[in-house]
Design a protein around this ligand. Sequence first.
Ligand code: GDP
Ligand code: GDP
Length: 483
Amino acid sequence: MMPVVALVGRPNVGKSTLFNRLTRTRDALVANFPGLTRDRQYGQAKIGELEFIVVDTGGIDGTEEGIELQMAAQSLAAIDEADVVLFMVDGRAGLSSADEGIAAHLRRCHKRTLLVVNKTDGIDADSAVSEFYQLGLGEVYPIAATHGRGVLSLIEIALAPQLEELALEQQQQSAIAEAQLEVDAEQAEEEFDFSDLDEHQIQDLLSVMDEANEEEAQQFADLPIKLAIVGRPNVGKSTLTNRILGEERVVVYDQPGTTRDSVYIPMQRDEQDYILIDTAGVRRRGRVNETVEKFSVIKTLKAIEDANVVLLVVDAREGISEQDLSLLGFVLNAGRSIVLAVNKWDGLADDAREDIKRELDRRLGFIDFARLHFISALHGSGVGNLFESVKEAYASATKRVNTSMLTRIMMMAQDEHQPPLVSGRRIKLKYAHAGGYNPPRIIVHGNQVKSLPESYKRYLINYFRRSLQMMGTPIRVEFNEGE
Ligand code: GDP
Ligand code: GDP
């Protein structure tokens, strides 16, 4: 699970500068969700192998009285969701009463907090930081967000526990991998060098791989499907969850949790087990004003990470928004299978429906492999059919495909449409085999495959998708030099 770093501080201390520096290489994820108290920004960042989420909480203007109130209103939720808080102050402006107010609050929060003195470029860092020790938050970390100075080591310290955990995990994994490698070092070497082998030897090796793949695929067969219902506030997630579970179960699962936790609800439908990951928090009947408070971007992102299949709900009456596309991007990035539900389809005039369908075509054309359902969570129409697509998406994501099938499909694609020449030689695809599931990975071996243009890679992915009838899941194709 990705850790969450929250940037907290009064306006103008450099939060968005640091946010941009941390997330620059990746797209900022979910900006400015409407309905939240103030514009908050969420982004993905990475240090080493560790991905994390950064939240810019927006400014806290603590100069007026009632700092508590304002903290509560806009940043409390973000602090609550965070694993670590970076409390930023301005090394040039010096300590202010607003800083003291925020510090007092943070001391009471019992969250892991690092005090960061920004803008220490071109000034004497030692004297700039010294006065901030009196905030009583322990060590003080000087940085210059605009230049990036001190930022890397700050994050290393901030996420030290998570980095350690990851390193330990990787150590264990590589120890296991090493042991395996030793056992069949010779075979492993041969396995990826097809050039000296004849047809029969290659077939033998590939069938060994197929057996291993089969074992891996088998493990998915009997597991419940983890299904996350996600979407912007007010699109109808709670209504849909209630509809799926049946009214009588609502109260049972209406348990308070922290804002970042989804509720996991086991259920069964048509002999298939599911675990519903409820990000909305099923609402107790009669309570209507909970929408803003119960919605949490972090919770949504974590639910997506943890799911097998994501049911993304959009609102027919609102159209496709940037936030919908951000969420979609995150789902695909995470390699999760997806089913789209266009909710509130009831009571719309025919021409309105046509307009909406045209818009969906235009904006969601890039994800034409996802099944699209028009539903009314309120009246229940179309809801039952969702599960067929969910099952189909999961089956696609975990579908067993063997080497000869993949190689044959690849050859057909190549025959229909030759790869281009690279410095006078034609790129040649030779073999393809499965590299993993959920999402499906296909490894293609060949000559000069690293030079394949993006357009040809897309063509191949689509060819695999059509031939294998994989709906609802992203497919990853990797290319290995065969010689
Ligand atoms: P926010 O309101 O906390 O998000 O602050 P911003 O990131 O918008 O920064 C406020 C101002 O401080 C901008 O003019 C930045 O260019 C400037 N600033 C941010 N970081 C630094 C820094 O490390 N050094 C200097 N000299 N200026 C900085
Ligand atoms: P959530 O924030 O995504 O959980 O959204 P809710 O389930 O709380 O729904 C937000 C509002 O949309 C509520 O007033 C619902 O009654 C309404 N709503 C939900 N689904 C439908 C639907 O299918 N049709 C119509 N007309 N309204 C709906």
